[in-house]
Write a protein that binds this ligand. Structure first.
Ligand SMILES: [Zn+2]
Length: 91
């Protein structure tokens, strides 16, 4: 599997680290115990297209949001994760 980093171009999988489902959002400071438990421990086990966080540690060290089909490993989109240097794209 190869990932096209928006900053570095197409690179081999070994340069990246899988960080999991990109869907969960950190609860706010006033969140209930159940909301925090869900955020920390509960994840969907999707057989199909899902958004995932990947870290390009062997390259630009950016956090990326990768849209991947977990059945075929086909990658349909790669974009900088929120707050991961999106302003650098095209610069
Ligand atoms: Zn990169």
């Amino acid at each position: 599997m190869r990932i096209v980093c928006p900053f570095c171009g197409e690179r081999e999988l070994g340069e990246f680290t899988y960080l999991g489902d990109a869907k969960p959002v950190r609860p706010t400071a006033g969140a209930s115990e159940d909301e925090v438990f869900d955020y920390v421990y509960l994840r969907d086990n999707i057989a199909g297209v899902m958004s995932e966080n990947w870290y390009h540690g062997g390259g630009c060290r950016a956090w990326l949001k990768v849209t991947r089909n977990t059945l075929t490993h086909e990658i349909s989109a790669v974009e900088p994760a929120a707050g991961a240097g999106a302003a650098k794209v095209g610069a």
